[in-house]
Design a protein around this ligand. Structure first.
Ligand SMILES: NC(=O)c1ccc[n+]([C@@H]2O[C@H](COP(=O)([O-])OP(=O)(O)OC[C@H]3O[C@@H](n4cnc5c(N)ncnc54)[C@H](OP(=O)(O)O)[C@@H]3O)[C@@H](O)[C@H]2O)c1
Length: 350
């Protein structure tokens, strides 16, 4: 695995900053990369993809569409802790321009039955949460000047949004990783269980966002310090037609790819991938968000996430379990791992 900077042509602007976008070969990640390449032409975009081939095809397409070739591809499989550690190691060695933003966009959803990652974790929790949890920690030290992390969550984390997906079900995070150990599992069809695992993983994205906000503050790296790092959550809205429904049955896939995109024209929570990609790129790069941290954005609008997402006990439980499951060591990150933080004002009341 390597970071291939082959797409930079001699004579072009030397890139000044780097943005890493996970799962950037299709869908929202691709649209976000395109928006960054269009609007920040002096920045370098790393497409962090699990398939090098699909990443390179996307990079060529991006060069063609934007006329900007400051894009490279690096292999990252979030379903493997070893791959995440390899990616971070190679990123450091590659000597890219200073890292400004990490966009944790990659995600998946299963409906045909449970699958596990290379490390044996249930895949939805393993990829959507644990892989990104480890990646962010390993790259925090690389964030230079004022750095940013954006976690792509979803309205499905919030039962009040009535998205049509089952509500998240919070249990001991060890049971999210290993559902077969859960002493009181819900008896529900594979499709419902898979979609519930998805909404729960999107809740985890926000619990992590808010806990890391507090720990960056404790480490003296939050806004108002010399080298601030911000982290915010993002809901792109319903974007039918992306590959997110790849594991659905044929009827549901037809609805996702052909019916919902038409219905989306009148659904209030639906957006185009292009519009959400631009909003996501803004959160990652635009100067107006420089001092914004610990917030949740529904598209471009800052709003409150679900009451459960602000639960400090759940955030702490998730943090501690994620450290254990990823075998994260204090030397791998810049924030305190063990320390219990004093109770401060809730983030959404600030
Ligand atoms: N679509 C929606 O309506 C919607 C709504 C709310 C939130 N979201 C969120 O938006 C984000 C992007 O979704 P999307 O709709 O653009 O879906 P998508 O088209 O399926 O794109 C998902 C991306 O994640 C990558 N990915 C999957 N597993 C990975 C792994 N193990 N390691 C690295 N990358 C992996 C995929 O790579 P491959 O191409 O190689 O599979 C793909 O690049 C997700 O976090 C999703 O939860 C989507």
């Amino acid at each position: 695995m390597n970071i291939h900077s082959v797409f930079i042509k001699a004579g072009e602007l030397m890139p000044t900053q780097t943005v890493v976008i996970t799962g950037a070969n299709v869908g929202l990640g691709f649209a976000c990369a395109r928006a960054v390449l269009n609007e920040h032409r002096e920045w370098h975009v790393v497409l962090a993809c699990r398939s090098r081939e699909r990443g390179e095809t996307a990079a060529r397409q991006l060069c063609k569409e934007t006329g900007n070739s400051q894009v490279s591809v690096a292999e990252l499989d979030l379903a493997s802790l070893a791959s995440v550690r390899d990616f971070a190691g190679h990123f450091v060695q590659a000597g890219s321009p200073p890292l400004h933003s990490i966009v944790c966009n990659a995600g998946l959803q299963f409906s045909q039955g449970r699958t596990v990652t290379a490390d044996g974790f249930e895949s939805t929790f393993g990829v959507n949460h644990l892989g990104h949890f480890l990646l962010v920690h390993l790259l925090l030290r690389q964030l230079a000047g004022s750095g940013r992390v954006v976690m792509v969550s979803s309205g499905t984390h919030d039962p009040a949004q009535r998205t049509g997906l089952p509500a998240p079900r919070w249990v001991n995070p060890e049971f999210l990783a290993f559902p077969e150990h859960d002493p009181q599992p819900l008896q529900e069809p594979a499709g419902t269980a898979g979609r519930r695992a998805y909404s729960t993983s999107k809740l985890c994205n926000l619990l992590f966002t808010y806990e890391l906000t507090r720990r960056l503050e404790a480490a003296g790296r939050s806004v108002g310090t010399a080298q601030p790092i911000t982290i915010n959550g993002f809901n792109p809205g319903l974007m039918p037609g992306t590959n997110l429904a790849r594991d659905y049955g044929p009827v549901q896939q037809f609805a996702w790819n052909y019916l919902l995109p038409v219905l989306a024209l009148v659904l209030p929570n639906a957006r185009t991938v292009t519009a959400s990609g631009k909003a996501l790129a803004g959160l990652a790069c635009a100067s107006e968000f420089e001092a914004v941290t610990g917030k949740y954005f529904d598209g471009r609008k800052e709003t409150a996430s679900s009451a459960e997402s602000y639960d400090r006990n759940k955030a702490l439980e998730l943090w501690e379990a994620s450290c254990r499951l990823t075998r994260l060591t204090p030397a791998e990150t810049i924030v305190p791992l063990e320390q219990r933080l004093p109770v401060a004002a809730p983030l959404h009341n600030r």
